[in-house]
Design a protein around this ligand. Structure first.
Ligand SMILES: C[S@@+](CC[C@H](N)C(=O)[O-])C[C@H]1O[C@@H](n2cnc3c(N)ncnc32)[C@H](O)[C@@H]1O
Length: 475
């Protein structure tokens, strides 16, 4: 630790690396200083904001020397939006750092020395790649740096529709344009904002759990042109009519909208999922295509947010599974059945497990529309559904391969334990969070498995996130 450093001290730093969460990493006599919003290769003047025994954190005040990997960020919200933290770093350099982070995460959290991690496969599209965005309504608009510095507040403070600002979950940045989304999604965002701003019903707030408007979710079928709008609100008197009015306005202005749904979330949990769904326009689902398969996706079902990236990801999962046509595959966390269906032509049968009823319904429909007859889906929490391993094996047979694709939090320890009891020859682990991936494979590799290889895929250019596919084989 450097004892001369204090909170508030100003120092000059050479940023030499990029740590998890897209923070620049510098060293002062060996002592680590994280510098958010700085790039490797930059020399910065920075102010210490946090000081701990093992590391400090510093806020950059000025760039004294620019990095050779710097590029001008496209987005007007860069630096204030919590999304694209790396938009000012050349894309090939982003990929190189993501690979290094995956290696280091596996080394540190899984305790595996020199893991076999391939170079990151980049996203086919660097911009406009997202097929979904979840915008929040808020009563607290995040004031931009320009507004604060000029002391000129342009627009209202008590209404916003946009994304959470960096590190401030309670405040919402009123996004004018997002470069990860299509142009039409950006236009719908502005129209909804102007329509809802003067509305008598207010945005929902978690401070006292009052208010109406919670989320605007947009989804696009990148390969079909479908366009689905989902409003998530509470359910007060007059609320349903308000959304129906707005829905009519949107369909008149945007004939390309194929579905509008209204999800009623009456709970205190601030999540973009409803207990009840009203279909206001169109069929109430989105259609898209991955590889040779068509998929139908309901508003509350998971679907990979980078469609072109998903095709690469699923191809890797299928290759890592090493199928010959005779295998029984269990697909844990199967969503709308997309991976199950993708690998099914090469398997004897696939059994998917999923907790969301709408996703299970979609998985059944997706099998029908693709003429797939060897996939079966089980609704329930994996903790419970895997509890009776002998019963499962009697019903479906021993799995030769298990594919797992859990949410960011990773697998529950009880699910890992049951996975080990199932004892497949191969486990293909797909993850959007290298940290929980590493934590879970540590457990799996402590008992009879080893990590053969990892292929990272960049499904989220310019953000700090990276998807990985790992292959674990039984010793
Ligand atoms: C990352 S998504 C993957 C879905 C699918 N494999 C795909 O590629 O579209 C994770 C899925 O796990 C489901 N899930 C989350 N917790 C679960 C649990 N405890 N039991 C079963 N499924 C769960 C979610 O609903 C979601 O569909």
């Amino acid at each position: 630790m450097d004892n001369t450093l204090k909170k508030g001290s100003e120092i000059e730093l050479e940023v030499e690396g990029l740590a998890f969460g897209a923070k620049g990493l510098a060293r002062l006599n060996g002592y680590i200083v994280f510098v958010p919003q700085s790039l490797p290769g930059q020399r910065v003047r920075a102010q210490i904001t946090k000081k701990k025994k093992a590391f400090a954190e510093a806020k950059p005040l000025a760039v004294l020397r620019q990095s050779e990997s710097y590029v001008e960020p496209r987005c007007q919200h860069f630096g204030e939006c919590g999304g694209c933290l790396l938009q000012n770093l050349r894309y090939d350099v982003q990929l190189a750092y993501k690979q290094r982070q995956v290696v280091e995460t596996i080394e540190h959290l899984a305790g595996i020395a020199r893991p076999n991690v391939a170079a990151v496969i980049g996203s086919p599209q660097e911009y406009f790649y997202r097929n979904k965005m979840e915008f929040s309504f808020s009563r607290q608009r995040w004031l931009t740096r320009a507004e604060i510095e000029s002391n000129q507040i342009s627009g209202e403070r008590d209404f916003a529709l946009g994304l959470h600002s960096t590190n401030h979950y309670d405040k919402t940045l009123a996004l004018e344009q997002c470069w990860l989304l299509s142009e039409r999604s950006n236009r719908v965002l502005q129209v909804v904002r102007e329509a809802v701003k003067p509305h008598a019903l207010l945005p929902y707030t978690t401070q006292d759990h009052t208010g109406f408007w919670r989320f605007l979710v947009m989804r696009e079928g990148k390969r079909t042109g479908d366009f689905m709008i989902n409003f998530v609100t509470t359910d007060p008197p007059g609320g349903r009519e308000a959304v129906a009015d707005l829905s009519r306005k949107l369909t008149a202005e945007f004939p390309e909208i194929t579905s509008i749904v209204h999800n009623l979330n009456r709970s205190k949990a601030q999540v973009a999922i409803g207990e009840e769904e009203l279909v206001l326009h169109g069929p109430g689902y989105l259609r898209d295509r991955i590889g040779e398969f068509d998929f139908q996706i309901s508003a509350n079902s998971f679907f990979q947010t980078n469609t072109e990236g998903a095709e690469i990801l699923y191809g890797l999962a299928r290759d890592f599974a090493g199928l010959t046509g005779n295998e029984t595959v269990y697909d844990l966390y199967s969503g709308a059945g997309t991976i199950s269906i993708f690998v099914s032509p090469l398997a004897k049968q696939v059994v998917g497990f999923e907790i969301v009823p709408q996703a299970i319904y979609d998985a059944g429909v997706n099998c029908r529309i693709n003429d797939i007859t060897n996939c079966h889906f089980i609704l329930g929490d994996l903790k419970d559904e895997l509890a009776q391993v002998p019963v499962l094996i009697r019903r479906w047979g021993n799995p030769d391969v298990v594919i797992v694709d859990p949410p960011r939090a990773g697998m529950h320890p009880k699910v890992i334990q049951k996975l080990l009891e199932l004892a497949p020859q191969r486990i293909v682990y797909v993850s959007c969070n290298p940290a929980t991936f590493a934590r879970d494979i540590k457990d799996i590799c402590s008992r009879q498995y080893h990590l053969e290889k990892v292929q990272p895929v960049d499904m989220f250019p310019h953000t700090a996130h990276c998807e990985v596919v790992g292959l674990l084989t039984r010793d």
